[in-house]
Design a protein around this ligand. Structure first.
Ligand code: C2E
Ligand code: MG
Ligand code: MG
Length: 662
């Protein structure tokens, strides 16, 4: 069943239906069947024994016919019990057993009366006959017969009694009247009591039934509440709470019995754009559709699915191998793609809803923790997102971005500033027309505790993932302002900033504070934003960029041409300078490559920003840049990145050399 919000609520409102009056009667009869049989059996046995014991009174009161009465007692008693036992064994209904027992009482009465009346002692029998009332009372009070049966049998007993009185000539009329009245009174009172008893029994049954219903309701409500507390109200999938419980169970299974499992984190790509454009209702609908599709996709696998956060789902699957985990992730990814839900607001050339999946699989390692497997899936997911989304990635411990080494780097990054493990180097940017050094790009460097350098392409993504980039970024801006701008080493310095920084609230304000603190004008600072798929140009980023521009800071587009987004960014943001990625220059060996670079240059020039070409390594390349009328160049041929002090001394040495050259 597919889940919606309504389903979950209905569970709580639900009350089990109460049976109608007719059904209640039937239920009562059905439920009392067993107890009635038992009670009647017990009652008849006791009644027969008492009936046989009354043989003694026969011997005392009517000794002349006692032999007949006693014979009748035994005959009727034995037959009554024999038939009863056969009925019990052949499982006849309680109604039949009751009818037989009522009939047995009447036969017993008639049998005794008939034989007793043969006595010659008319006085004795006229007293003894009063015992007939006992038979009537027994069907009404001693047995638990239903009212109708009790009434029929007690009326029959009464009629026998009255008939026998009427036909008993030796008895005086007064005595007949007295006994008759007694008998009728007995009938009326005992029948009334029987009626009340039956009503009471039914009431007790109804109360017990109601109590049962209420208990059932309470149990079901409890279950519904539990389900609700474990259910995501939007998609009907398990929520994070429930998933965490399942995860612990999987983990225990793995720790105790070595049962492998995989964790898949599934993120709906560019969901924020979807929500912003189509509205929250459509966004919710999209999540429900995706959730349903995912539930269907995992059905053939030994897997469960839950909603882990906004647009993030999680699948836990007990699988045998890593490869199966990869296959499952692929299946899920394709399933969502096949739904082809339109998403016209993404900027990566795709126009349908897709998902990115990061997966991790249990593996033997020392000191492993439950959180680690989630963390690994998260890292794999991060890698998929950074790689352009709409794909799957299985966490690979041998991948440098995933390795324990990266854990070490993440730890080092936390203490890098206070332990002086991070530093800045500066690479000159030369004006092609004037030959002057117009600016320098600040590049971050990191070393481990033992002094081993770590390349930025390794530590920057880790810093972005862990959020360490926020502190490092502020530190970088402060260092550049202090070492290069406040001291006027270069007119302008560019600093690379990550999208994470631009998205973080208060980034522009913190930059403003640094400018104020160091006394540097905002227009001497440039921020390089790298064109990459991982950067969604959302409103937060655009707002931050506009705030930075208000401070006078220039915005440069870095590594232009390496992603899809560059062109649309050129439309969205008024860049001061566009840096063409060095790969284009390095392709210039061929005519095709040269034409390509020229096309790119033409395209940017038409839009207005200045052009900087990165990666100039040779004199020939520099000459080409002259020919193409490029504004600025940067590269090993112009100068390698150097620490501030070295940069400054190289600069001074070059200035000293220049007049000599002339
Ligand atoms: P990027 O901003 O494109 O920086 C230019 C990279 O190209 C630098 O690598 C630089 O050393 C290298 N390079 C410069 N001239 C040449 C050349 O002629 N030939 C070749 N082959 N390479 C050249 P680096 O320093 O390793 O930085 C790599 C990337 O790391 C940077 O690319 C930038 O995206 C990122 N990065 C560096 N520092 C920071 C930082 O402070 N913050 C942020 N967010 N990212 C940074
Ligand atoms: Mg750069
Ligand atoms: Mg670059």
């Amino acid at each position: 069943m597919k889940h919606t919000l309504a389903n979950v609520e209905i569970d709580l409102q639900h009350e089990p239906p109460r049976p109608a009056a007719g059904e209640l009667r039937a239920l009562f009869r059905e439920e009392s069947e067993g107890t009635r049989k038992r009670a009647t059996r017990q009652g008849l046995w006791i009644a027969v024994l008492a009936y046989l014991l009354y043989s003694l009174t026969d011997l005392l009161i009517v000794p002349d016919v006692a032999v007949y009465t006693i014979a009748a007692r035994f005959a009727v008693g034995i037959i009554a019990l024999a038939v009863l036992e056969v009925q019990i064994r052949t499982r006849v209904s309680a109604d039949v057993i009751d009818a037989w027992s009522a009939a047995a009482v009447i036969i017993a009465y008639a049998g005794w009366l008939y034989t007793a009346r043969m006595t010659t002692d008319t006085q004795a029998i006229s007293y003894y006959m009063v015992f007939g009332a006992i038979f009537m009372m027994s069907v009404n009070l001693f047995f638990s017969f239903q009212f109708r049966l009790a009434l029929i049998s007690s009326v029959t007993s009464m009629l026998i009694f009255l008939g026998s009185l009427y036909t008993f000539d030796p008895m005086a009329t007064l005595q007949k009247l007295t006994l008759g009245a007694f008998c009728v009174s007995c009938f009326v009172f005992t029948s009334y009591v029987n009626f009340k008893l039956n009503k009471e029994r039914y009431k007790v049954f109804l109360n017990a039934l109601e109590a049962r219903f209420q208990q059932k309701e309470a149990t079901e409500r409890g279950k519904a509440l539990l389900r609700l507390s474990n259910t995501d109200p939007l998609t009907g999938l398990e929520n994070r709470r429930a998933v965490d419980q399942r995860l612990r169970a999987c983990w225990e299974g793995w720790q105790k019995y070595g049962r492998n499992f995989a964790v898949l984190l599934i993120d709906v790509d560019f969901f924020k754009h979807y929500n912003d454009f189509y509205g929250h209702q459509e966004g919710d609908r999209c999540l429900i559709l995706v959730a349903n599709a995912l539930s269907d996709a995992i059905e053939p696998y030994n897997a469960t699915i839950g909603r882990y956060g906004g647009e993030e789902f999680i699948v836990l699957a007990r699988l045998e191998t890593r490869e199966q985990a990869g296959e499952l992730a692929e299946v899920i990814c394709r399933t969502v793609e096949d739904m082809a839900l339109p998403h016209g607001q993404r900027r990566d050339g795709t126009s349908i809803v897709t998902v990115s999946i990061g997966a991790s699989f249990t593996r033997n390692q020392s000191g492993s923790k439950l959180e680690k497997i989630i963390h690994e899936a998260d890292r794999a997911l991060y890698a998929v997102k950074a790689g352009g989304r709409n794909g799957v990635r299985l966490f690979d411990p041998n991948d440098p971005q995933s390795s324990d080494e990266s854990e070490n780097i993440a730890a080092i990054l936390k203490i890098a500033i206070e332990q002086n493990l991070v530093s800045m180097v500066y690479q000159p940017i030369r004006n092609v027309g004037t030959g002057k050094l117009d600016a320098a790009e600040a590049l971050m460097r990191l070393k481990m505790l033992d002094g081993t350098p770590v390349t930025p392409s390794l530590f920057i993504p880790i810093a972005e993932r862990t959020g360490a980039i926020l502190d490092l970024g502020r530190w970088a801006v402060r260092t550049v302002c202090r070492d290069m701008l406040a001291t006027n080493v270069v007119p302008v310095a560019s600093v690379n900033v990550s999208p994470i920084q631009l998205k973080a609230p208060g980034f522009a304000a913190s930059v403003a504070a640094i400018l104020g603190e160091t006394g540097v004008a905002g227009n001497r600072l440039a921020f390089e934003i790298t064109e990459g798929l991982e950067m969604e140009m959302n409103s937060d980023i655009l707002r931050c960029i506009s705030d930075l521009k208000m401070l006078g800071i220039r915005i440069w587009l870095d590594d232009f041409g390496t992603g899809f987004a560059g062109l649309s960014w050129l439309r969205l943001i008024d860049f001061d300078t566009v840096k063409i990625d060095r790969s284009f220059l390095h392709d210039c060996g061929s005519e095709r490559g040269k034409a390509m670079l020229q096309d790119i240059i033409g395209l940017i020039r038409n839009r207005g920003p200045k052009i900087l070409v990165e990666g100039v390594e040779t004199e020939a390349q520099l000459a080409l840049m002259h020919r193409f009328r490029i504004d600025h160049v940067q590269g090993y041929h112009v100068g390698r990145p150097q620490a501030a002090a070295d940069f400054q001394s190289t600069l001074l040495a070059n200035r000293a050399l220049k007049p000599a050259r002339r």
